[in-house]
Design a protein around this ligand. Structure first.
Ligand code: NAP
Length: 293
């Protein structure tokens, strides 16, 4: 298929590379110049990337960035033609997603929100899970592309529902990780080595996919971004905004949001969200001792 891919960050670049590797005709665009994908044409603007494409795939930071690449100067909208599909793998506001979908529908374009889970490792390995909202017919047409980038798709309902499910998921990831980080900090302060605690966690009902993924990085004190802390903060905020609109109270989420605010103030915005541990360590006056790599 002819696919335009807009946004070559931690996630977008390997996703676009997997599309090209699977034999699709890919054009790519990134805001900052200098990012390329082997086998893909580098476009001069989002509109240029989308010209002649059957599908436009977006993976940028946040709601404002998606709006910008769609409707800003030289945006994707300029190149939209009847029958095209837009798939958005950014994690953004469900309400904004529905607005964007209505606007492009005027041009006969379908919009499928397709946020992902699986992080950098899943994007590189082509094993992402897609959390999808849109018409069954459009999703069917996108299946060869999902297959090139991921291992499974979960349809949550109509457009916007993929984002709704995704922000509910990420709220849980942030809270599960905070539980792990607080447990590690307390154990360290009480003199229990993290390298002794983690195997116990993994052998008990406390185990979780979040701990399984994050513990090796934490034990090596590798806080380089797999999923930047500032983006997890954005997702917690999206969840709290959606909760407010729906009149749902999320007290645990509100507390976790405050922890993220303080972690950003401490200069950890561009580190992995696992770096919220460093704030707990500072407060406790203890360091969760790492292991040599
Ligand atoms: P990232 O590495 O920070 O990349 C962000 C991308 O968005 C870059 O290509 C950036 O361009 C672009 N961008 C930001 N603002 C823009 C704007 N105003 N106009 C055009 N482009 C803009 O982030 P990422 O980790 O790939 O995440 C991308 C999306 O996937 C986010 O919504 C995130 O929440 C979601 N996600 C991430 C993960 C993960 O583990 N990393 C997992 C699931 C979902 P520049 O290169 O010019 O900065």
């Amino acid at each position: 298929m002819r696919v335009a891919f807009v946004g070559l960050g931690i996630m977008g670049r390997p996703m676009a590379a997997n599309l090209a590797k699977a034999g699709h005709e890919v054009s790519v665009w990134n805001r900052s110049a200098g990012k390329e994908v082997e086998g893909a044409r580098v476009a001069s603007s989002p509109a240029d990337a989308a010209k002649g494409a059957e599908v436009v795939w977006i993976c940028v930071s946040d709601t404002a960035a998606v709006e910008q690449v769609l409707f800003g100067p030289n945006g994707i909208e300029q190149s939209l033609t009847d029958g095209m599909i837009i798939a958005d793998s950014s994690t953004i506001s469900p309400a904004a997603t529905r607005r964007f979908a209505e606007r492009v529908a005027n041009k006969g374009v379908q919009y499928v929100d397709s946020p992902v889970t699986g992080s950098k490792v899943g994007a590189e390995a082509g094993t992402l899970l897609f959390i999808v909202g849109g018409s069954e017919e459009a999703i069917e047409r996108l299946k060869p592309l999902y297959a090139a980038m991921g291992k499974k798709i979960f349809r949550m309902g109509e457009t916007g529902k993929g984002q709704s499910a995704k922000i509910a998921m990420n709220l849980q990831i942030a809270m599960i990780y905070e539980g792990f980080a607080e447990g590690l900090t307390l154990a360290a302060k009480l003199g229990v080595e993290p390298a002794t605690l983690v195997p116990l966690i993994n052998a008990s009902m406390v185990k979780s996919g979040v701990v399984e993924y994050k513990a090796p990085f934490v034990l090596q004190r590798d806080f380089t971004a797999n999923f930047p802390l500032k983006l997890m903060r954005k997702d917690i905020r999206l969840a709290l905004e959606a909760a407010k609109e729906a009149r749902v109270k999320l007290p645990g989420g509100e507390t976790v949001e405050e922890i993220y605010e303080m972690a950003v103030e401490d200069g950890h915005a561009d580190l992995d969200f696992a770096a919220t541990l460093m704030l707990l360590e500072k407060w406790a006056g203890v360091e969760v001792k790492g292991q040599a790599a």
